[in-house]
Design a binder for this molecule. Structure first.
Ligand code: ADP
Ligand code: ASP
Ligand code: MG
Length: 412
């Protein structure tokens, strides 16, 4: 039997009614002759609640217990989805990550899937089970501990299953009907794209567009998974949603395909560090060991052998970063006069494979922001993206202005 993977995000399983609605869609695919692997998220809001409980109980928590707790939301929806399908006379059962097993690294809270042996589920398909409902976001480490894949990780579970089972397609059902030129919650001019290239989706995801987890796009690209994003609330058709595909399949020739934003960034500046060989390693080594995800970096021109070093990181990692730097200073590994944290910044990025061949994108971006009176604090570029750090209060204005400047309301 051909296999189909269908993933339902939090809002699509937010209550029993929506689970029933999702189950009906699964039933339609089963009737077409597919063996279906359904990946479910926790009910919307559930994972946030669980994370909140962890933080309240233990601010510098043991990540193994964090995973044991926050993975539980998916167990509930997996069981409920299986029961709902059974009520519809569709032979189904639920699987928690460890039962499959979804084998992962032991990097708790951000584990990577290493292997999904298909034998157990395939044996059940052979016995007549039509739907395997798998709890997304979770796996098991070599040590036998429950792991989670990072926020939004059910997308990655879905793509990994599609790769492991050679699925015909991986459909990601969510609360929007596809991938848009920017977050439709921020701009009502956002347009749905029929197709988007893997490379662009990868950049958009990693720069903040949370419609797909970055790792899921990476896996889809590597294993050539046919990946589609579509709404669980609208009528289904074969053309529905957005297909994430190879660059060659996207015919549009636009310099920019999308604008992404990341709200919760912080800009940290180490004032007056010695400008000597090894200083970057002495700063960023300890940050990395402390689990700080450093993004943009600028080192200023040195004067009298001293310089300022600026970097950005997620705002909830500022405390970790400060501690790592203070410890490195106490140990005599680095010396600085001050550490300034600006916690009110956001990152805005323009992404497009067309940038490789069309010039002037950066100039348009900087001019647009300047016309709005928005100051740019840090700039970073790569082959297909330009990112800037700005004051958070201008974030929505910047997204909308850039969306206009690149005429994205005309994209499709
Ligand atoms: P789910 O719970 O189904 O996984 P998410 O909340 O993780 O859903 O992702 C869907 C959300 O992603 C949308 O509601 C939308 O606000 C947001 N989003 C951000 N950028 C984009 C974009 N470019 N296109 C579509 N949605 C986007
Ligand atoms: N429930 C998890 C989260 O909210 C995983 C997911 O929904 O993809 O991050
Ligand atoms: Mg998600």
């Amino acid at each position: 039997m051909p296999v189909l993977v269908m993933k339902f995000g939090g809002t699509s399983v937010a209550n029993l009614d929506r689970i029933r609605r999702a189950a009906k869609r699964v039933g339609v695919e089963v009737a077409k002759g597919y063996d279906v692997i359904v990946i479910v998220s926790a009910m919307s809001g559930k994972t946030n609640e669980l994370v909140g409980w962890v933080n309240e109980t233990s601010p510098l928590y043991d990540a193994r217990e964090y995973d044991a707790i926050v993975s539980s939301g998916e167990n509930v929806t997996a069981g409920l989805m299986a029961l709902t399908l059974q009520e519809m006379d569709v032979p189904a059962r639920s699987w928690q990550g460890w039962q499959v097993p979804v084998k992962t690294t032991s990097a708790h809270a951000s584990a990577r899937i290493e292997d999904i042996p298909p034998e157990n589920i395939n044996a059940k398909f052979a016995e007549g089970m039509k739907v395997a409902v798998v709890a997304g976001f979770q796996g098991v480490s070599d040590e036998g501990r429950i792991t989670t894949l990072g926020r939004g990780g059910s997308d990655t579970t879905a793509v990994a299953f599609a790769a492991a089972f050679g699925a015909e397609r991986c459909d990601i059902y969510t609360d929007v009907d596809g991938v848009y030129t920017t977050d439709p919650r921020i701009s009502d001019k956002a347009r749905k794209l029929d197709k988007i290239a893997f490379e662009e989706m990868l950049e958009l995801a990693s720069l903040g567009a949370k419609v797909l987890q970055t790792r899921s796009v990476e896996l889809a690209m590597r294993y050539k998974v046919k990946l589609r994003v579509l709404s669980s609330f609208e009528e289904q058709s074969d053309e529905a949603g957005t297909l994430v595909c190879d660059e060659e399949e996207v015919m549009e020739n636009r310099p920019v395909s999308g604008i992404a934003y990341s709200r919760d960034e912080a800009k940290m500046t180490l004032v007056s560090v010695a400008d000597r060989p090894g200083i970057a390693a002495a700063i960023f080594g300890p940050l990395s060991e402390a689990g700080v995800n450093v993004d943009m970096i600028i080192q200023n021109i040195a004067e009298d052998g001293r310089t300022d070093m600026t970097f950005s990181c997620p705002v909830d990692q500022v405390a970790r970063a400060e501690k790592a730097m203070e410890d490195a200073k106490t140990a005599g590994d680095i010396n600085y006069h001050d550490l300034i944290a600006d916690k009110d910044v956001a990152k805005i990025s323009a992404v497009g494979i067309g940038m490789r061949s069309q010039s002037g994108v950066a100039a348009t971006m900087f001019k647009t922001l300047s016309d709005e009176g928005i100051n740019i604090k840090v700039i970073a570029t790569s082959e297909i993206k330009i990112s800037v750090l700005i004051d958070r209060k201008y974030m929505e204005l910047a997204v909308q202005a850039l969306h206009d400047a690149f005429e994205l309301e005309k994209a499709r």
